[in-house]
Design a protein around this ligand. Sequence first.
Ligand code: NAD
Length: 491
Amino acid sequence: MTLIERHKKAAEILPVAGSLIGGERYTSGAVGNFDHINPATGQAQANIALSGTDAVDAAVAAARAAAPGWRNTSGARRREILEKLAELIIKNGEELATISTLENGATMGFGATRFVSMAAEWTRYYAGWADKLDGLVVDTQRDEAFVYTIPEPFGVVGIIITWNAPLLSLAMKTPPALAAGNTVVLKPAEFTPFTSLRFLDLAKEAGLPDGVLNLVIGGPETGAAISAHAGINKISFTGGPSTATKIMQSAANNLVPVLFELGGKGANLVFDDANLAEAIPYSATFSLVNTGQGCALPTRLLVQRGVYDAVVEGVTAVVSQYITGDPLEMTTFAGPLVNDAALQRVSGIIEKAKAEKAGRLVLGGNRPGGELADGFFVDTTIFADVDPQSSLAQNEVFGPVLSIIPFDTEEEAVEIANSTAYGLSNYVQTSDMRRARRLARDLHSGTVGINGTGNMHVGAPFGGVGISGFGREGGREGVMEFVSTKTVLIG
Ligand code: NAD
């Protein structure tokens, strides 16, 4: 079978995507229906009904109507529904992973399958919080009131997410919001609605009442309508910093609190004393996984001069072995970018970096041909000797492009690492644990990963500083973002 035939066959599982509000599915959109383009083939593969701002009103109304019932549902029942949902995510894992691959090009072997298991993990973890949100009894003097607190939901939470890992993004936000007793209006990016829709189907199957979780499929105007809506009580957003600014401005009119998970330009500091047998494959793989479309990936590799040549050579050798190709094949490492706009943007960044001599191109830098020519593919690309102040090193690429930068001292490495406006995740490879602990403090980011770790753990807070955002997802902090604490004083 050719690539096109394989994808055509796989795409038979995609439904017509339309908003799902109060349990009702809309298969024709107020704004119109448009074709979804498969990123690997460049061909239309499904239809999306795009809702307008009237759907936001309907979704907020449905969420408000469902709010009293859900907030008064016992924590034990909320837990049971979310646990069942986690089970259903695993049970339908292969289908969800395939949809995810068709939706945005995430590779089955290095992205989609992992996102499914992480989505289940986050859902199960927050299921466990639903019946453990306790209040406090406050110690008062005997003549004063009896004082205690009640954890309450905000009401209706507006969740707006982006396209790079929609199933995981929504699972980081929706289960904790629901566990805390909120109802939700969810808007994925308009060109990645399919995994969100399937998540809602499974939530219904798990017993979630209609109206508790509503999906609106629409573009930026629809997102803007959610962030400006007087019926929304809290906003949780994953996307770019410029969109976050607009959301904050409109949320300000209603004094609605916001949580922002924005971009990143992570630095990975490899010191002379690092265990290179581990640091090289780790640094190569982690910087380019999900075709570089990850906010917390270590896309700047900072290497100490003593091991610089060995690391450049080793990382290039590892990446050269990786296959760019059909994302449905388990052995493919890098798939296509999400759409033509992303392809044009990333290709433009690579061409600009070449023209400005921002660094020395050591791998890639072009587009693959053959049967990949009609998809949104870019070769995995490595620049060495990158100028840390160049646009390539300062701004998010969100594509398969790694920048390698040399340094001499720890101080210089910290200065380079902290020189961007972002602050999501940084990484350190060293065998000196004192240095590791020093750097854990000195690096300006919400997360620091030391010696070959991932960038998040469901039980720990994840989020940024600087223009990477504020608020935290994961752990207790992640559910407390959706809790409003009421204090009761009894005389
Ligand atoms: P974006 O900000 O353009 O869009 C994200 C979402 O916001 C989409 O659903 C979009 O329709 C909606 N939107 C657009 N304009 C809006 C407006 N005016 N008001 C309300 N909603 C609006 O996102 P992007 O730039 O395409 O996404 C990539 C960004 O997301 C990158 O910066 C990436 O690093 C970041 N990201 C962050 C995380 C994280 O957890 N920190 C995770 C993934 C992606």
